[in-house]
Design a protein around this ligand. Structure first.
Ligand SMILES: *Cc1c(COP(=O)(O)O)cnc(C)c1O
Length: 392
């Protein structure tokens, strides 16, 4: 144990981590170095879209790693082309730029919007973003985020972001100036605690941004790739944004993200954008395996069915314990605890070898694999019910 503590100290202490080290995983389960099994309802924050070590991903990566890992972004490669083709065919976008993290994709979106503003809107560069929004941890994406406790961090911030209120078009209208180039938001604010935009608001926002000649950027890093029961969350309100970012689930666990835009918006010139590892064969082959699984007939129907099953189970439990409401869509759900007991609940869950996330003190967030089993949902609910009974 002492030995183990010493090993942990070699890593920068950037977040509170339990003294456990994971060594393996399969489906809904993680295994620590002592061989204990944990039921995983975090899945790397909605990253392991198909669970741990899914066969399709293992075989795609194994095949690709022995064929071509990287030929550099200076050249086209087969898996990047195939993945870009899939994304374009199944979205309203025409162009894709691959990168390595969500924050990097959002940095690209911000740059693209500024470039577009410089070219088409008389130098406009400001972007309207939302209170409690989360867009990443680089300087610009932290500046774009609306996390209250980030306000004083790493000053001075990157200028040009105006925060407004989710689902309130009047605040967007008021923040709009001749310098505004774009509006950027998450269809469901994930890190904030799973707060969805309404379909009506998204439609109004699309109408407003079109009329004002502003770009609409959707950050689908958490909501994209089937998480909400559609391939992309912007499909629910049936709108067509101008720019979209993807990350998290798209690589099924490997670092892969993307910036997508419509043809009219694709205004980067040579030298404006790039990155050493971007679009390498290995990561895009992983992404291709993931999207091909998600696009299989019946897959998204199953996400919706399991999402509904999980939601109903949470609602029944919430009612029994005087909790709720349950928020979210598909398999991105949260339940209000109505008391600041989130940390206690996740700690007790860990003791029972259940991994749960509490994005804020008064709620729990559920992000299981998109192919989570009914049995795993039942087990999670049984364990959580026991914990809530113990705490009340
Ligand atoms: C996780 C997340 C990001 C940041 O992605 P990283 O890969 O951690 O940089 C950005 N936006 C949203 C909506 C996210 O959920």
């Amino acid at each position: 144990m002492v030995d183990q503590q010493k090993r942990f100290r070699a890593l920068m202490d950037i977040t509170r981590r339990p003294p456990i080290s994971f060594a393996g995983g399969q489906g809904d389960w993680l295994v620590d170095r002592e061989g204990n099994r944990y039921l995983d309802f975090i899945q790397g924050w909605a990253v392991n879209a198909l669970g741990h070590c899914p066969a399709a991903l293992v075989s795609a990566i194994s095949r690709q790693v022995a064929t071509l890992i990287n030929c550099s972004p200076a050249y086209f490669n087969e898996s990047a082309l195939a993945l870009a083709d899939r994304l374009i065919r199944h979205s309203c976008f025409d162009r894709v730029f691959f990168c390595n993290s969500g924050a990097e994709a959002n940095e690209g979106a911000i740059k693209l919007a500024r470039k577009w503003g410089a070219l088409h809107r008389d130098g406009a560069y400001e972007i309207i973003t939302f209170d409690h929004g989360f867009h990443g941890r680089t300087l610009a994406t932290m500046s774009a985020s609306g996390k209250p406790n980030w306000q004083e961090l790493f000053e001075p911030k990157v200028p040009g972001f105006h925060k407004v209120t989710l689902n309130d078009l009047d605040t967007v209208r008021q923040a709009c100036t001749p310098k505004t180039a774009a509006v950027m938001l998450e269809p469901i604010q994930g890190e904030a605690g799973v707060f969805p935009t309404t379909d009506i608001f998204m439609r109004e926002l699309r109408t407003f941004t079109r009329r004002e000649n502003l770009l609409l950027i959707v950050d689908e890093i958490q909501t994209g790739m089937g998480r909400t029961g559609r391939l992309f969350a912007y499909e629910h309100p049936d709108i067509e944004p101008d720019i979209m970012t993807l990350g998290k689930g798209m690589g099924g666990g490997v670092p892969l993200a993307a910036l997508l835009c419509r043809e009219e918006v694709a205004c980067f010139e040579y030298g404006d954008q790039g990155g050493t590892f971007n679009g390498n064969s290995l990561m895009t082959a992983a992404g291709l395996a993931v999207i091909d699984e998600i696009l299989k007939p019946g897959f998204l129907e199953q996400v919706n069915a399991q999402g509904l099953y999980l939601r109903q189970a949470l609602e029944t439990m919430a009612e029994k314990h005087g909790l709720g409401p349950v928020r979210g869509r598909g398999l991105l759900l949260a339940m209000d605890l109505n008391k600041p007991i989130g940390a206690e609940v996740t700690e007790k869950a860990l003791e029972r070898r259940l991994l749960l996330n509490s994005p804020r003190l008064d709620s729990l967030r559920f992000m299981p694999a998109l192919n989570v089993s009914r049995d795993s949902i039942d087990r999670m609910i049984a364990t959580l019910s026991a914990i809530l009974a113990e705490l009340s």
